[in-house]
Design a protein around this ligand. Structure first.
Ligand SMILES: [Mn+2]
Length: 234
């Protein structure tokens, strides 16, 4: 089924890439990163600074996915920019309030199916500061403390429905993947897969053959322009 494809971006996206995405059938929705930044407490930014000295964490941009709840649709399947759809995802549109694949601390926020709703959106924005401060106390020392995943996982834990792992294949299982997710670091597209097969070796270890294989097939079928966009978005 042909459904609208929306790309949420902030002002960091180059006009050229925005145009290229539009040519590929994506509708661009520009979101206000400033509003999210304002809602995140001082303690959040302190933690992020501390983290930056040690590891590359997900940072605040993950929180921009909150804007997906404000989209004018009854159902939405949210996909991180580091995911790859390898099989039809239509069954995901049959789920209710929120469904996702299990992960720490509740579910993985890279693939979520949910019902956009203005009230839910308002709740997510207005509670961000207060609830981040509350939740973050449980994750002191956790490198994912700054991620949207803890916030969304905890906010929806009462209504959350668990999806089969193939809907968000993070390399932990071997059944038929529907969406592969190159979560965490390093990202496969930081390498030039087309020229040097030996550069693949770390990915066989990091992600497993199956996920890397899916990505390689996809990557080789892409135009140079599409590859550039993929790199820019993630
Ligand atoms: Mn991701």
């Amino acid at each position: 089924m042909n459904r609208p494809k929306i790309c949420l971006t902030d002002s960091a996206i180059a006009k050229e890439n925005e145009n290229a995405l539009q040519n590929l059938g994506w509708q661009i929705v520009s979101v206000d990163a400033g509003l999210i930044k304002k809602q995140l407490p001082e303690a959040y930014w302190q933690w992020l600074n501390h983290l930056a000295k040690h590891v590359k964490g997900p940072g605040y941009t993950g929180f921009l996915k909150i804007y997906a709840w404000a989209l004018p649709f009854q159902k939405c399947v949210f996909l991180d920019a580091d995911t790859l759809v390898v099989n039809p995802l239509d069954p995901l549109f049959a789920f209710g309030e929120l469904a996702a694949v299990r992960d720490y601390p509740v579910f993985n926020s890279g693939v979520m199916t949910f019902c956009p709703n203005r009230n839910t959106y308002d709740l997510l924005i207005t509670n961000l500061e207060k609830m981040w401060l509350l939740f973050s106390q449980d994750y002191i020392g956790c490198p994912w403390r700054d991620s949207d995943q803890i916030y969304l996982s905890r906010m929806f834990e009462q209504v959350y429905v668990e999806l089969a792992p193939q809907y968000n294949d993070m390399g932990r299982q071997s059944c038929n993947s529907i969406i592969v997710h190159f979560n965490s670091e390093p990202k496969p597209w930081v390498y030039d897969f087309t020229s040097d097969i030996f550069k693949w070796i770390p990915f066989y270890h990091r992600y497993g053959f199956r996920r890397s294989g899916a990505f390689l097939k996809f990557w080789r079928g892409m135009s140079q322009k599409e590859r550039e966009i993929y790199k820019t978005l993630t």
